[in-house]
Ligand binder design. Sequence first.
Ligand SMILES: Nc1ncnc2c1ncn2[C@@H]1O[C@H](COP(=O)(O)OP(=O)(O)OP(=O)(O)O)[C@@H](O)[C@H]1O
Length: 444
Amino acid sequence: MAVAFSGGRDSTALLHCVARQAQVLNRTLEAPVQVLALHVHHGLSSQADAWVQHGQTLCREWAAQGLPVEFRHQRLAGEPAAGQSIEAWAREGRYAALAEMAIEAGATLILMAHHRRDQAETLLLQALRGGGVAGLAGMPRLQQRGGNADLVWARPWLQQGRETIEAYVESQGLSFVEDESNSDPRYSRNRLRMQVWPALAEAFPAAERSLALGAQWAQQALALQREMAEQDLPGLLSPQGLHLPGLRALSPARASNALRAWLLQQTGQVASARRVTELLAREDVESTLSWPCGPGVLHLYREHLSWQPALQAGAPIGEAKLLDLSRPGVYPQPDWSGAWEVVAASDGGVLAESMAQVCMRARQGGEQFQRQPRAVARSLKKAYQSAALPAWHREGPLLLKADTQQVLFAPGLGLDARSWAPPGVPQLQLRWLRLGESEPAPDA
Ligand SMILES: Nc1ncnc2c1ncn2[C@@H]1O[C@H](COP(=O)(O)OP(=O)(O)OP(=O)(O)O)[C@@H](O)[C@H]1O
């Protein structure tokens, strides 16, 4: 068993409490329980090394006093992706690191020290962001994450008042660290804690308890929503996708619920309220339409919605790869869910020898592209902007000359004019085909 141990007051109390119970249990158990204290160093605070040190020392002292506790830690590598908040990056990295440490040590249960005040704050913050039932449900007591069925995450103190934990820490004389970022007003939770909570608790003394109860009701409502979607979706799904008129035949609330559940299953992301409302209100269900949606593209075709993951420019899809495309044929590229089609032509193409050694890779930024022979090469980004190509028409890898890394072919734009062969001489035309497409992609 493991405790996610930040070194802060609450997880110090939880770790101590669990270790004491394990100590008592171990007197009667044949195979003694060892409590792992798992700490994540986010690499964000100048204090973080000292927190690791503190955790290590504390656990050693407790072990010396007979508590069955062992400290482990992991430092996060990398940094937030473009557009990702530091908080989200740290949270994701923390959960991944905790899971990795637990699995490595053979633990199947990780306890976290969130308590009733944390739950009340979560509900309030979600409400203030306009969150739906899933947000208002706050944090679950038990959960599995990332499809890993071997690991259970538990919050045993979710019904525990903050004061009780404070009293425990004091009575046991526990030392803990204070994270200076907990008073940084740039974080909404801190603003809520510092500016709103004191006034709220004074005006409504039962606020913490009542809000935590509200989260419990929302958890029930969330379970009902999920059950409803499980009942409604199978009848609406076929190999063509989700039948939009069938969906709209349901009551508005059920239709919206089923659509949101399906979009979440497909994209792994919560759909925006605007997207859901707009899809359900569409009259032109016979039209062929596509929208960027989460990490992919949502298509409407013959009354059915389907979703395809996009291979985004710059995404880490495989390594750069050297190819010989100097002969006509189809060259599947499973990493990219597509294939190169090379056909013999007498104009609009590139000389076969230029295709004997080409480099295929994702966009990295900084590439140049020339659209016309008498134009100048300019940034690929600008070329895309002026071509006003929707993102999903830019799918597929770049092809570059292997020696100079000059772009030969860009998805959606086609061949770079610097490589065009003179008309009339034998040459090759190139197309990027997406898997499952009978028609060529509009690059050609
Ligand atoms: N760096 C970390 N390493 C391990 N677990 C962590 C870390 N940060 C947070 N946790 C876990 O997530 C819970 C909630 O996180 P939160 O950021 O509210 O904690 P905190 O204020 O840093 O510390 P505490 O909850 O211990 O007072 C913690 O109680 C702990 O179980």
